[in-house]
Ligand binder design. Structure first.
Ligand code: ATP
Ligand code: MG
Length: 368
């Protein structure tokens, strides 16, 4: 797939900027705080309707404005699409394809596929389980857009069940509540769909990531990605998972009523990254952790390409300079001209001459 144009209006620090992409690689160069990452974020939003920086819509809209708009034209094997995301300060966001408003998010997702790699991704190794869940969910949304809907349903039930627990708490823990049983059943149904898909994605991703990791580290290090669901997943079978889920809820209901929150379910899942049988968080030097994240990102690219049958875009936010020359080369070799790539940097000095010659270079200054 090829991103031909990007047009941002009143988005972040941009007033009205149109960009035409003329090469497989585009380097966005400029000083700090000029708007380089903002452009990658705009593309990421079109691809996933999410932002790496976890920004709220009102943060994405230019200060003092009520509406922001991101528009892009994309060429795929199936033809050219025109995509628009409109963000509003006081109303919900809307999306349109070829000028027609699309009601369901999942019909918009998956038109553009993109993998973003930024220094924030190092948190995948060191940071909280929530960061790893978000990473996995964002990947899943691209592999099967219906997952966005499944996840949304789960979080909706979770909110309602939490509200019900809170009410019971106020009435006194002892007053068992028949409404809760209704939410239990819904939580189990919605949650099992999440668990099964997360498990499936990790199973597909693991061998690809392990192969990249072995290649980049050039050694006998063995990477394992272990999905550790909060609900035991002995057999990857929906009914078995539902049973285990319900049993665990029943064990924990008293504690839940005490605390007024749901303690069981995929909102508490973990994804363990393990190198040579040791958790990577404890194991790795910064360089090793970088190798691991690079392997994960390359695996994402490859897996999305396999599933959607077209190479996704690659968004590299300031990471090239952080990699040593050998890892840089691994990455550049993997990309070649296969993946359209947008790269941000504060200086062109870290690029090979060949790269500079074959890239489109855009200078970014104060939102222009
Ligand atoms: P760095 O090299 O430091 O990563 P960058 O060029 O990637 O810099 P961006 O993150 O793209 O910088 O842009 C940051 C700029 O955008 C900052 O000046 C920030 O104040 C501005 N900005 C962010 N959100 C908004 C907004 N909603 N309205 C106006 N300006 C904004
Ligand atoms: Mg930046």
């Amino acid at each position: 797939m090829y991103l031909k144009t990007l047009h941002v209006r009143q988005f972040r620090n941009y007033q009205d900027q149109k960009i035409e992409f003329t090469a497989a690689k585009t380097i966005l160069v400029g000083n700090n705080a000029q708007g380089k990452s903002n452009l990658l974020e705009a593309v990421e939003l079109l691809a996933t309707l999410r932002s790496h920086r976890m920004a709220r819509d009102r943060d994405l809209i230019k200060d003092g404005e009520a509406i922001a708009q991101i528009n892009a034209t994309l060429e795929r094997a199936a033809g050219i699409s025109d995509l628009t995301l409109t963000l509003r300060r006081n109303a919900r966001r809307t999306v349109a394809i070829n000028g027609e408003t699309v009601r369901r998010q999942m019909d918009f997702l998956g038109v553009i596929n993109a993998v973003e790699f930024s220094s924030l991704d190092l948190e995948l190794v060191r940071g909280s389980p929530e960061g790893r869940r978000n990473w996995l969910d964002t990947l899943l949304i691209q592999l099967e857009p219906v997952y966005a809907h499944i996840l949304q349903q789960y979080h909706q039930v979770l909110r309602q069940r939490n509200a019900c627990l809170k009410r019971s708490q106020e009435l006194g823990v002892k007053s068992q509540n028949s409404e809760l049983a209704i939410w239990d059943a819904q939580l189990v149904t919605a949650g099992t769909r999440v668990i099964i898909r997360r498990d499936r994605a990790i199973q597909k991703l693991t061998p690809i990531a392990a192969a990249w990791h072995a290649r980049i580290s050039g050694s006998t290090e063995v990477l394992k990605i272990n999905y550790a669901p909060n609900v035991p997943l002995e057999k990857n079978h929906p009914e078995a998972v539902q049973q285990a889920f319900l049993a665990k809820i029943q064990q924990r209901t008293l504690a839940e009523l005490h605390r007024g929150i749901t303690l069981v379910g995929p909102h508490r899942d973990e994804v363990e990254l393990i190198i040579n049988q040791t958790p990577a968080r404890q194991y790795g030097s910064q360089g090793q952790q970088r190798t691991l994240v690079l392997a994960l990102k390359l695996a994402e690219l490859q897996l999305i390409e396999e599933v959607v049958n077209e190479p996704p875009l690659l968004l590299l936010d300031d990471v090239l300079a952080e990699l040593d020359p050998s890892r840089q080369n691994q990455l550049l070799e993997a990309i070649q001209d296969r993946f359209q790539t947008l790269i941000t940097t504060t200086h062109l000095g870290s690029f090979e001459q060949d790269w500079l010659k074959s890239s489109q270079i855009l200078y970014v200054k104060a939102g222009e």
